[in-house]
Design a protein around this ligand. Structure first.
Ligand code: SF4
Ligand code: SF4
Length: 241
């Protein structure tokens, strides 16, 4: 007699026949007991002819849902100026203390964003980030959004601290890489309200004068294979600001 049979018998004797031993396991008859060891194969057989659901990653990448929270992106205005004003609200909102921002003042010769300030240093530590999106909610200029990029792994801890150049949105057609002046006659408010929709000639002239080799100038478009450093982030965003 096995140990479990002993327990069964002791319980019945102790409680009397009027009280049945409550068990979640059914009592099998001789036939059931014979086939019990192979019953588990029923699950295998049932699934054997169903379609395969195994993801063939990384050979085949399944696109995530459109609102998936992936790598962050620092967006630009239509003329190429950066949306980040270095206010640090995203860093304060972050529950994981994953963001580090240092702001600096825009100058006449180096205007990176509309208004007085821009984010000179911007880092996100992806060893800390929990992709909650609170930083996105906190950003007053929609500078910060999240892309669908989820391949955030690497051999070093340092490599998972993304710098500003890793996070900046890629340059789109018609944009001029910052720094350059704002559209003449506009204030930062005009940028926030979406009134600036394209680069104007005076901005192109300014860049031509200060950075004639800039690859984002119309005449340099397509020259050489090298992209500007600020255009290094891949264009996989889900939520462009
Ligand atoms: S997604 Fe959440 S954890 Fe990640 S940087 Fe933003 S606020 Fe911090
Ligand atoms: S990303 Fe937004 S919240 Fe963060 S420093 Fe820049 S402007 Fe401020």
């Amino acid at each position: 007699m096995s140990e479990s049979d002993d327990v069964w018998k002791v319980n019945r004797e102790r409680d009397g026949e009027s009280q049945r031993f409550e068990s979640n396991f059914p009592e099998y008859g001789p036939v059931g007991r014979t086939f019990a060891p192979v019953a588990g194969f029923g699950v295998t057989l049932r699934n054997f002819f169903r379609p395969t659901v195994t993801e063939q990653y990384p050979d085949k990448k399944t696109p995530p849902m459109p609102r998936y929270h992936g790598r962050h992106q620092l967006n630009r205005y239509a003329d190429g100026l950066e949306k980040c004003i270095g206010c640090e609200l995203c860093a304060w909102a972050c529950p994981a203390d994953a963001i580090y921002v240092e702001a600096d003042s825009n100058t006449e010769d180096a205007q990176y964003s509309p208004g007085e300030r821009y984010g000179r240093v911007y880092q996100i530590n992806y060893l800390r980030c929990i992709f909650c999106g609170l930083c996105i909610e906190a950003c007053p200029t929609r500078a910060l959004t999240m892309t669908n990029e989820y391949e955030l792994a690497g051999p070093t801890r340092e490599g998972l601290i993304y710098e500003k150049q890793d996070l900046l949105a890629p340059m789109e057609d018609g944009m001029l890489a910052a720094p350059h002046p704002m559209v003449p006659g506009t204030q930062d408010d005009d940028y926030y309200k979406g009134d600036v929709t394209q680069v104007v000639d005076s901005q192109v002239e300014w860049v031509r004068e200060h950075r004639p080799e800039d690859p984002t100038l119309p005449e340099n478009a397509g020259a050489g294979d090298e992209k500007p450093a600020s255009a290094s982030a891949p264009a996989t965003e889900a939520a462009r600001g």
